[in-house]
Design a protein around this ligand. Structure first.
Ligand code: FES
Length: 206
């Protein structure tokens, strides 16, 4: 399975985004050249597509502070192993009133993730890595002051400057309207792997 692992800041790279837009364009072009029969057939999921509907990730290689991004249902899903220091920034962002929707009142996450951590377990963030503005892929920028002097760590979208905290909650002044989407997921009984299953039905990607 293709994936990326990173534990530090990456240089803004506007050429790296529009994951969904590009994918949609490719799909649209393919459909335009097909017959109606082919369209119907193409809508029936193959075994491979059905298998890809859920993604299981081994958490062992993801060290504290690191993230892994995996393809899931043709979208990038990110898993971050947050340290206690990183978790502490979430309360700080609330206290400083940096966030548009600190209480996650917009259902961008399943009910069991409606908390400060937007997670089943505080240390593990599982989220769709897509900016809710226009679908770019935000960069993981966990280091304080790496984006702005007041920056506590989070995600930065280079396309139009949206910023999110380390729970994917959007910061005031960003063009993005909502917190990033959290999918449906669960851990194995021993807690060593996570399986991402479905999009939360009420969530909007962008
Ligand atoms: S797509 Fe992220 S800020 Fe516009």
């Amino acid at each position: 399975m293709a994936e990326t692992i990173e534990n530090s800041n990456e240089a803004p790279n506007p050429g790296r985004r529009r994951f969904l837009t590009a994918a949609t364009s490719v799909v649209g072009a393919a459909i335009a050249g097909a017959t109606v029969v082919a369209m119907v057939e193409s809508m029936e999921p193959t075994a491979a597509e059905e298998a890809a509907a859920s993604t299981t990730v081994n958490l062992a290689p993801i060290e504290p502070g690191m993230q892994v991004t995996v393809p899931w249902q043709k979208k990038p899903a990110i898993i971050v192993n947050r340290t206690p220091a990183m978790l502490a920034t979430l309360a700080e962002a609330e206290q400083k009133k940096l966030l548009k929707d600190p209480d996650c009142s917009v259902p961008q996450q399943p009910p069991y993730c409606r908390n400060r951590y937007r997670a089943r377990k505080p240390e593990w963030l599982v989220m769709v890595r897509i900016c809710t503005h226009l679908c770019c892929i935000p960069h993981y920028r966990p280091k304080p002051a790496s984006v702005a002097p007041w920056w506590l760590g989070g995600f930065y979208c280079p396309c139009h400057g949206s910023m999110y905290d380390l729970s994917g909650r959007v910061i005031k002044g960003s063009p993005a309207p909502h917190n990033m989407a959290v999918p449906e997921y669960d851990f194995s009984a021993d807690g060593k792997v996570v399986t991402i299953t479905d999009m939360y039905a009420k969530a909007h990607l962008c």
